[in-house]
Design a protein around this ligand. Structure first.
Ligand SMILES: [Zn+2]
Length: 478
């Protein structure tokens, strides 16, 4: 039997890299095509595969249609995990838009230019957990259909939302979109970034290992026809559900250190990040069976991969008096963004991540922190029926042509601010809504007043008197 040909984007990233590894074990079935930017690092890292049998590298750019078309031509499958991610995306929104939105649109259009309008090609797009924004308890159990709430300043999320919208509305015969959770990689040092302090400690995270998510992506190629035309959430399952605080606490303890003694509680944001536990990650797992590793498995790998200095030195060091304050003052403090916002009185960031300076001052110590594990009950109730009037009403809007019965055919809608737009009911049922109300600008306080479903994910940690409107948070020069 002739081998099938698969295009994989983003092989230089963590999910794409793991998927490439997986594909190389299946060379008897698939030829692999990679599209990679011809950067110095990529040229060096992929040199060994340039002449490998069954692997073709197209040196090009997802933002250039001709490059994308060259890569897509002749393929049976397109797997698209490539993304320009945070924190870089927040500082360069135009690049984020070109890669995350433009890249997805280029792939859709290149598939359409293939024989039969691309009807023989199966396209799997990767979305992100960041589309849902912060879902702190009690609204931490998330399902496809929940409204989007990309965090203030999160251009990664907004540009991925637009890319996913283009895929769902593409008219392609075979597409699926899978929203990716936080991917754990063994190298903890790669997480050393100020963004680590934007995350509230009580955030629920259902992470996945890079290995499992790469495996799952490749397994989609075995899925039956009914897998397509749908949106999924990717997660590691119940055995990978932690809170961010648990994650920090356990990783520091591996090296003999006490996280609470190193990082005061008010160094962390109290809202406006993302991650959650999935109420429906089993749906995808029933197709791809990728949920193979637990949090405990991951911890063992981290320990094995840590440098000997951290592993042995750290364990001894934890017993030396004063070591926690040394690590705090010399290493961690410079990463603590929220502390710097307070010191410099960066008003919009303080509003976005705390509500007010007063709220930051009232955060309290780890002693008052709720260390219990959140439950798994679901609080948010999106409308799930087939009446488009009711669906629109749940978002504070109207369906202007409610009698079109087919959820895959575009119809007309009006949002609570009177913006009119076209969308398939299927799109609206996956959490998308008015494109004009999608940030930037971020004006969620106004939207919450007209959109009841959005309000149900906004007011649990915002007050009705707040009124923040911003175009950006991190990139004043763009
Ligand atoms: Zn609108």
């Amino acid at each position: 039997m002739a081998k099938e040909r698969v295009l994989l984007t983003g092989a230089s990233g963590s999910m794409g890299g793991a998927a490439f590894k997986e594909l190389r074990t299946r060379k008897d079935k698939y030829h692999t095509v990679l599209i990679l930017r011809p950067s110095k690092v990529n040229k060096k890292n992929f040199k060994e595969y340039e002449n490998e049998e069954g692997v073709v590298i197209v040196w090009g750019d997802l933002t250039k249609f001709e490059d994308v078309k060259k890569a897509v031509t002749g393929c049976d499958y397109v797997l698209h995990p490539a993304a320009f991610i945070a924190p870089e995306a927040d500082a360069h929104p135009q690049v984020a838009k070109a890669v995350n939105t433009g890249g997805a649109i280029n792939l859709v259009n290149a598939i359409k230019e293939q024989p039969n309008g691309g009807d023989n090609i199966r396209f799997v797009n990767i979305g992100t957990v960041a589309e849902y924004g912060d879902r702190l308890p009690p609204i931490h159990m998330v399902k496809v259909g929940d409204p989007f709430k990309p965090s203030v300043g999160d251009f990664y999320a907004t540009t991925k939302i637009a890319g996913e919208r283009a895929v769902i509305e593409s008219g392609l015969k075979w597409w699926a979109s899978m929203r990716q959770t936080f991917i754990c990689i063994p190298n903890l040092m790669s997480l050393m970034d100020p963004i680590a302090f934007h995350q509230p400690p009580r955030t629920c995270i259902e992470f996945i290992t890079a290995e499992d998510t790469g495996f799952g992506l490749v397994e989609t190629m075995k899925c039956p026809d009914d897998f397509y035309g749908r949106v999924y959430n990717i997660g590691g399952g119940p055995a990978c559900r932690v809170t961010y605080f648990d994650f920090l606490e356990r990783t520091f303890r591996l090296f003999g250190l006490d996280a609470e003694k190193i990082m005061p509680r008010n160094w962390f944001g109290i809202r406006n990040f993302h991650c959650n536990w999935w109420a429906d990650s089993d749906v995808l797992n029933n197709y791809t069976h990728h949920q193979r590793h637990s949090f405990e498995d991951y911890m063992k790998v981290v320990e094995k991969n840590a440098s000997p200095f951290l592993r042995y030195g750290g364990k001894l060091g934890g017993k030396i008096p004063g070591v926690h304050s040394l690590v705090r003052e010399l290493v961690m403090k410079r990463y603590a963004d929220p502390l710097h916002w307070i010191q410099k009185n960066e008003v919009e960031k303080i509003k976005a991540f705390f509500g007010s300076r007063e709220a930051w001052e009232n955060i309290g110590s780890w002693k008052d922190y709720d260390h219990s594990k959140p439950g798994t009950e679901r609080v948010i109730k999106p409308y799930e029926g087939n009446d488009w009037n009711e669906l629109a009403k749940s978002r504070g809007g109207q369906c202007l042509k409610p009698d079109s019965k087919d959820p895959t055919v575009k119809t007309k809608w009006k949002c609570g601010f009177g913006h009119e737009f076209e969308a398939t009911p299927r799109l609206v049922r996956t959490g998308h809504w008015c494109p004009q109300c999608t940030p930037p600008a971020w004006h969620w306080d106004e939207i919450a007043k007209v959109d009841p479903l959005f309000a149900s994910v906004w007011y649990p940690n915002h007050s009705k008197d707040e009124n923040q409107v911003v175009d950006w948070l991190y990139c004043p020069n763009e």
